[in-house]
Design a protein around this ligand. Sequence first.
Ligand SMILES: Cc1cc2nc3c(=O)[nH]c(=O)nc-3n(C[C@H](O)[C@H](O)[C@H](O)COP(=O)(O)O)c2cc1C
Length: 179
Amino acid sequence: MSAKKVLLGVTGSIAAYKSCDIINSLRKSGYGVKVMMSPDARHFITPLTLQALSSNEVVTDMFKLPEKWDIYHTSLAGWADLILIAPATADMISKLACGSANCIVSAAVLSSKAKVLIAPAMNNGMYRHKATQENIAKLKKFGYRFVGPVKGHLACGHKGIGHIAGTDDIIKAVKQSLK
Ligand SMILES: Cc1cc2nc3c(=O)[nH]c(=O)nc-3n(C[C@H](O)[C@H](O)[C@H](O)COP(=O)(O)O)c2cc1C
């Protein structure tokens, strides 16, 4: 049986560095991993790092001219058994809830039939805001699954809900989603 394929979407959160551990753990668990990043995620971690860890091209710009003709967002969408957005910003959650397709991450999710698992990471105020809570409720109705966030020390200095789930819990949720 061929390995299950996980398309990891990294977005512009301070927790983007955790995507390194997530990629390593996914690969150790036997998954094929490809990575896409929102343009703002590049402020937090470099595509080069994620490319080296995943051993695959990292797509950050769906308009980049490919060396061999390809439409990045649709080919990634078709490749994946599961799309994992980790970390997922409040902004990306809002884009997914309204069907936006203006960056590689949102366009791939919108055009894919793959399962979707979201690991939010944000300030506690952003997480608790009605807008975010309504967006999450809407995505759950689409059948998207969530792992975390959890309580902890947040980058803004606050303590509360909004910390990305631990890598082990994210990998468990991937396995559960792909059963
Ligand atoms: C230092 C810093 C840290 C940030 N951390 C987060 C975060 O953890 N979660 C979040 O939702 N937004 C965070 N933001 C805001 C996002 O980066 C911003 O909304 C961005 O446009 C998200 O883009 P994306 O959703 O396309 O990746 C942070 C911004 C800065 C400047």
